[in-house]
Design a protein. Structure first.
Length: 132
């Protein structure tokens, strides 16, 4: 049997198999793939049901770990904001020493906590920031 390499896919994936924004497949897409695997298995060597259950359990474990990570991220964001709250009214200097001033407000972004100074400049809070 002659097998050639596939260089690319031109058709859009079906909605059930689209990847999520994070680049991973969601639970419905996984189930669609599992069903497709069951439908298209080799009848002379069928896959054992225990293998399907193992795949489902493994995917479920990964999904739970991702959910736990997202909850930990939310906790870290809240903790970062509550700790940074004590900086309002204090003077800070950026890690590179180029920006300094009094903290007027705080904002939590994807980069972490950001101190907004009274002159409008911003300093990302992290290692090397000096608090006076």
């Amino acid at each position: 049997m002659n097998v050639e390499a596939v260089s690319g896919i031109t058709a859009d994936p079906t909605p059930g198999t689209r990847a999520t924004r994070s680049g991973s497949l969601d639970y419905d897409a996984f189930l669609h793939l599992l069903i497709a695997q069951m439908k298209n298995q080799d009848p002379t060597e069928p896959v054992q049901s225990t293998e399907y259950l193992a795949q489902l359990a493994a995917f479920s474990n990964v999904e739970q770990a991702l959910l736990a990570n997202s909850k930990l991220d939310a906790i870290m964001t809240a903790l970062s904001l509550s700790q940074a709250d004590g900086l309002i009214g204090r003077y800070i200097t950026s890690a590179d020493g180029t920006v300094e001033g009094e903290v007027k407000a705080l904002q939590v972004t994807s980069a972490g906590a950001v101190a907004i100074l009274t002159d409008g400049r911003e300093v990302v809070l992290g290692p090397g920031v000096i608090v006076k």
